[in-house]
Design a protein around this ligand. Structure first.
Ligand code: 13P
Ligand code: SF4
Length: 304
């Protein structure tokens, strides 16, 4: 506890000295969320990274998120406190494999979930996050074929919602894809009054059991606005910190204890402090890739 307080103070001081801003995803450890200037889902964090006038962005999240910040703000220093915090789902599609798919389907529009590398974004037409995927797919002309990468679960959810057939990629999130219908059924038996909130990275049969399916921020907002007092949560555990903070008097139960993303938990206050002290590890994107990936991200940010 004392250590957390002293680290937090050091980080606040260093942040001023460096003119830095700390962005944290809602899956981060609670104490890391507490030092952040902005907490949000992938979409909000991308927007804020694009807008900030700080010199340094400390990205408490995973690699593709810091990379997106570097693509949107090339003149800023982007730090990822734990260099090895990756996203296994993002690694399930390579630029090479995507190029081969595009050759099989010339003329198809590639919609890339932001959970992809800069190289893959550079090969794609438009990005999306779980918060705007339905809107992004709606924005694509009806006569175009769509290749959706890399999350087959989010892809399936969006295809169903939009009634648009899409070619899905064989990718998934190890954390969300684990959730089973049995676990949700058990949680519902234990908490019969609770509403079920599910992230679209879960399997279709699990999202089918939800009262509400949305991105992380969408789920928090729903819990806040709802009359219900109890909720079963089908997304990464870090979100509970924001849910409890933003919804006083309400209760939240994880659908399963396994809803933990080890990569999201790899960032600690120690590492945030060290990053600000050493200005490492920095995330950069080579300009040739950056310019193409930027088009893909900007097209997403332009869709209202
Ligand atoms: P959100 O876009 O809902 O924040 O999700 C990001 C993510 O990595 C989910 O696993
Ligand atoms: Fe990637 Fe899943 Fe972790 Fe999100 S929760 S960062 S999709 S592994």
């Amino acid at each position: 506890e004392e250590k957390i307080i002293s680290l937090t103070e050091d980080i606040k001081r260093l942040k001023k000295e460096r003119n830095a801003i700390i962005l944290a995803h809602v899956y981060q450890r609670p104490e890391v969320q507490e030092v952040a200037d902005i907490i949000g889902d992938s979409l909000e964090l991308s927007r804020r990274a694009a807008e900030t006038d700080a010199d340094v962005i400390v990205f408490c999240g995973v690699h593709f998120m810091a990379e997106s910040a570097a693509i949107l703000s090339p003149q800023k220093t982007v730090l990822l406190p734990e260099e090895n915090a990756g996203c296994p789902m993002a690694d399930m599609v390579t630029a090479e494999a995507l190029r081969a798919k595009k050759e099989e389907m010339p003329g198809a529009v590639v919609v890339a979930y932001v959970n992809t590398s800069a190289e893959v974004k550079a090969e794609s037409d438009i990005c999306c996050t779980s918060a705007n995927a339905v809107k992004i797919v709606h924005s694509i002309p009806e006569d175009k074929e769509i290749i959706f990468i890399p999350d087959k679960n989010l892809g399936m959810f969006v295809a169903t919602k939009t009634n648009r057939p899409m070619t899905l990629w064989e990718g998934w999130c190890n954390t969300h894809d684990w959730v089973t219908t049995e676990e949700v059924t058990k949680a519902k038996e234990e908490h019969p009054d609770a509403l079920v909130l599910i992230h679209p990275e879960c399997r279709p049969e699990v999202t089918a059991m939800a009262d509400y399916v949305s991105s992380t921020t969408g789920l928090i907002k729903f819990a806040k606005d709802s009359e219900a007092k109890q909720f079963i949560v089908g997304t990464e555990s870090g979100i509970l910190h924001q849910m409890y903070k933003q919804c006083p008097g309400k209760e939240f139960f994880l659908a399963t204890k396994r809803l933990v993303c080890p990569n999201m938990k790899a960032t600690t206050l120690d590492k945030v402090k060290k990053a600000l002290e050493t200005m490492q590890p920095q995330i950069t994107v080579p300009s040739q890739i950056r310019e193409k990936a930027l088009i893909c991200l900007e097209r997403m940010l332009e869709v209202k």
